[in-house]
Design a protein around this ligand. Sequence first.
Ligand code: 1SD
Ligand code: ZN
Length: 261
Amino acid sequence: EGKDWAYRLVGQSEWSAYFPDCRGTSQSPIDVVTTQTKYDPSLIPLTPLGYSQHGNKPFTLYNNGHTAVIELPEWMGLGGLPWLFTAVQMHLHWGSGGPSHGGSEHTINGLSADAELHVVHYNSELYPNMSAAMTQRDGLAVLGILIVETNLAFNSILNYLSRIRHADQKVPIPAFDIQSLLPKDLGRYYRYNGSLTTPPCYQSVIWTVFHERVQISKAQLLKMETILYSSKADNPDRMLLQDNYRATQPLNHRVVFASFS
Ligand code: 1SD
Ligand code: ZN
């Protein structure tokens, strides 16, 4: 993990030289081919726990050089999986070409969305914390929410990106209802076993990709795509933080389950 990595320069194909797990056979993201998914009636709607309860404590918004991250309070969690999961953080992946030019990590029937929101949780019934959980097969649960053009509550994050333009910058932002960023239909989703989509690519994620897409306006998308830098403030060679999504990975032996038919 100490080793640095990038989406550009030293590109995605070189991640596995330093992070061998990136060469594993259960990597993420994937292309979900809907005709090849398997209906599983045991996949019940997920229940966000405390997502809408934010009290008056601000959130912290952080440019980690690879994405914009919001650290989530530990009383937020996720129900509807075999174990209780505790929220850790959420972050975004985006492209550089505006609407209809890609930017999501997961694709459905070969089709990209404009961006993708990830809400990361760890299995707090089996493991004491995120770092213990992140190397275990049942350690993490990540929600993947595909974002397409129109409009939404994304300003709760986007209004503050201008304050974390460079890597390592952090700001407190007013807390907001995280559930407002999720689709309304939490019952229709795809489920598969995969990995972190960034080095070290541990194959520890129970992935949920919602079928319903959520919306973002063209102006909001362009702002997200052109405001942050992957370089630090004191680096004269500014590098825009763009295209921070990984290419889809082979499914290999895996089955993608659908909660609906
Ligand atoms: O890209 C994130 C990375 O920033 C880190 O959060 C990691 C573990 O939490 O997860 C990946 S991802 O698979 O959620 N994209
Ligand atoms: Zn992610």
